[in-house]
Design a protein around this ligand. Structure first.
Ligand SMILES: [Fe+2]
Ligand SMILES: [Fe+2]
Length: 285
């Protein structure tokens, strides 16, 4: 799929149906969740994914303060994107509840307040800096978005396969359909923006090479993100999926030939994540 303008990408996105509709949700047999075995080592992974999804509105709020967020086409995409990610968080929370892990009704607020003041101040400073750079930073934002969506998609695929729980599989398949639309939006706009100006390409490549980190790690703590990465990608198949479905795809973006950062960072996360013991943190009711 190739697009000429951001508006074309937006029009394509808006023509795509949502997957997690009320109708779809009414077909989920929540009462059967506990009938199937579920490996406990994936419980902290589910909590992590739920929290990353629910932090989307924090990122969205920050982005709205930048020229990227003021772009009318991107803003329109982000309004629907933000809502869809929140629903993903809600669905994962419900699944955890049905599995026997009680969560409070105000769990969103708990997640938000657990994000450190340092992280919030840091995000605020970055946003202010990007305002000085202006619209040439949009390519960087879009590449970040594309990588986040691609890695999230691969994470859900890995979880689906490894956890092998029929109801979770049904939920994740629907979530994945939306994640792949998000990926396509970000990746398509990123390509257009990178093509526009050599400065946009240089900046995006520099920022990804030096500052990229897995989504949620900065806000929720590296321990949790490293643990999830080690569980999902810490084998040959996991490494291959990161390389084939993230790195190689990214290497086709203008200015991103030969990129190695994602594979290298994932490798470091796997190494540290293997040593993290999360089991005591999440107890079933
Ligand atoms: Fe999501
Ligand atoms: Fe997404």
């Amino acid at each position: 799929m190739t697009f000429e303008t951001k508006r074309d990408v937006l029009n394509w996105y808006e023509a795509q149906p949502a997957s997690l509709t009320a109708e779809f949700r009414s077909t989920i047999d929540w009462t059967s969740v506990r009938k199937y075995p579920f490996d406990k080592r994936f419980v902290p992974v589910l909590f992590y994914m739920r929290d990353v999804e629910s932090l989307t509105d924090m990122y969205y709020r920050e982005l709205k303060r930048t020229p990227t967020g003021r772009d009318p086409d991107i803003r329109k995409f982000m309004a629907r994107w933000g809502e869809e990610e929140m629903v993903h968080g809600e669905i994962l929370d419900r699944f955890l509840n049905e599995l026997g892990y009680e969560t409070s009704k105000t769990w969103h607020e708990g997640v938000r307040s657990s994000v450190s003041r340092f992280y919030k101040a840091h995000a605020y400073a970055i946003t202010t800096l990007t305002n000085l750079i202006g619209t040439k930073f949009t390519a960087t934002h879009m590449v970040f978005g594309a990588i986040n969506e691609m890695t999230t998609g691969q994470a859900y695929r890995a979880l689906m396969k490894k956890a092998d729980h029929p109801i979770l599989t049904k939920l994740l398949r629907a979530i994945l359909r939306e994640e792949s639309l998000h990926t396509n939006f970000y990746a398509s706009v990123a390509r257009l923006e990178l093509k526009r100006h050599p400065m946009s390409r240089k900046l995006a490549r520099f920022v990804i090479d030096h500052f990229w980190e897995p989504v949620g790690g900065g806000a929720l703590g590296r321990e949790r993100s490293d643990y999830a990465i080690a569980q999902l990608f810490g084998d040959e198949e996991g490494r291959r999926s990161i390389d084939a479905s993230v790195t190689q795809r990214l290497a086709g973006f203008p200015g991103f030939a030969g990129i190695t950062t994602i594979n290298e960072t994932a490798e470091k996360c796997i190494r540290t994540g293997r040593l993290v013991d999360m089991n005591a943190r999440y107890a079933a009711a």
